[in-house]
Write a protein that binds this ligand. Structure first.
Ligand code: SF4
Length: 106
């Protein structure tokens, strides 16, 4: 969990990220979880980066990113973007997002 007050910088990327590095589905910088995973993920990530108006070549202070997410994202958008993820049904992402919208953190 990333707690409030942490002002470190993050870099949004399209494609392979730091989490993927330890995933068995990653091969040659591509997600092979399903035949179309890499294409689907890249399209979603492009949409998110564009909605947040973030340049992937820049680092962003986490609190600034949180503010953009509060402003630009709705729960419906999160459902549309993430409902096919295996972790989404566990509810933690939705719970974190609701907390973020109330001024909290993920
Ligand atoms: S399933 Fe794909 S997108 Fe998810 S962590 Fe593994 S390689 Fe990355």
């Amino acid at each position: 969990m990333i707690k409030k007050g942490h002002e470190f910088r993050v870099n949004l990327v399209i494609g392979e990220d730091d989490i993927c590095l330890f995933c068995p589905h990653l091969s040659n910088s591509n997600c092979l979880k399903k035949p179309d995973s890499e294409i689907v993920l890249q399209k979603k990530e492009q949409k998110i980066v564009s909605l947040l108006n973030v340049d992937t070549s820049d680092t962003v202070i986490l609190s600034v990113l949180y503010e953009k997410m509060r402003e630009k994202f709705t729960l419906n958008m999160l459902d549309n973007l993430c409902s096919d993820c295996q972790w989404y049904s566990m509810g933690d992402c939705k719970k974190g997002f609701k907390n973020l919208k109330k001024g909290g953190f993920l």
